[in-house]
Write a protein that binds this ligand. Sequence first.
Ligand SMILES: [Zn+2]
Length: 488
Amino acid sequence: MTNLINAVPGEFQIISESVHELGKALVLAADDRKKHVLLILAPTERMLPDGFSGELCPVTDGMMMVAPYSAGNAAALRRHFPWTTPVSLRKHRTTIGCGDRLGRASAGHIAAIRKFQALPVLAQQSKRELAMTGRTFQGVVDDAVFAVFECDYRDGWGADGDHLKTIEDIDVALDAGMPMITLDLSDVMNAAAGDLPAEDIQAAFDALEGEYRKRILAEYADQTFVVGPCSVKMDALTARRCAVMYHAAIEFADKVHEHLTGRRGEEFDLEISIDETSSPTLPSHHLFIIRELRRRNIIVSSLAPRFIGEFQKAVDYIGDPEEFDRQLKVHAEIARAYGNYKLSVHSGSDKFMVYPSIGRETNHYLHLKTAGTSWLVAVELMSRKEPALYRRMHQQALDVFQDMLKLYHITADPGRIPALDSLSDSELPKLMTHPDARQVLHIAYGPILTGALREEFFSALHRHEAAYTEAIRLHFEKHLSLLGVPGR
Ligand SMILES: [Zn+2]
């Protein structure tokens, strides 16, 4: 084996954790100064493991294949090294959605999470993110597979088809090997009924099937549910309102759950997401939903309510942290009382103000979903290392701001950001502590990553790869420490 590794030509920089024996062959990852590739070495060509494809080059004492980071080679890695395959994390208490939009952040995520009693969902993208970055679910999973291999990370990791709304889309994520599905119920739930007056609720309720109505009233109307030290009261109007709001959504969740079971047995994580609404999820509604799901034997790994206050991209929590804590306590008690599923906090990155509360109240039965923050770490890196490139990224972000606002709810005012030409290069990194600048750059990832700056950005990121991994590690360690996740 040592002979074989010595045969790797000097132009390749070996990624040390990635060196793995496979029979009489060696499989490893290396940097060819432009990108990462797999190198597969064996004493003879016939001894090369099957499934990989690439260019063959004879080396001292054997044969080497230079295999690109392709879908086929990712599949071969998963087959030969089963720990590179994403798995269900339903039995794990604390999981962190990493939401790497670049496909380059996983090494940093892994380095941070290794120190804590938590597991990463390294691959996690929504359809919107895929559209904005020109990626596919398969590509997102494969990027994480290569990173897991490079880091020799064997503790298990997840992959999340985020905010999916239809069985067709769920199938695309499942086909890509994603074991976690975040089912976004916002299209099938009747959110508008949240504000309807009593007579309209009554009329809509009366249109539901008779047996169902009877059961709902018997089970919920004017009942008090004790969950741990809290109690959740449900008057008759709320019972009817919940039925009107969630009846169709729960039927759909049932269909999805059956579909997931059919395709993956028990090896999946179903997250129920009701967070994309304008008003916070009331404890009584949360309780209604989970009881109805459990009644149908739907196994929920995590559930994402809409919490009080605002979870805007790139900035800390906006709202009253004490009120947040009070309401979170009840949501956490409901989750404990009905099966100990994880509460899922979306847009969860950088909400440092409320992390101690989130960690404490959930007792770390928690899925924290982060999305763009790893992109923002890369932007910050560019402001330090590549000021000229940063200036162009910043300008492009300002140019596309009005368009991006149609997709993301943020309250940034570009007018408050200091003008670029008033700042020296050494002052640029300060912009990344400026909430308005952070938000403007945060939501501009699509145009920057798919437009004229794409190539330059990715080659700069490759040049500063070690610094990026380190910056991500520090950023995620900060997240996990403030959440109070126990160390290993
Ligand atoms: Zn969400």
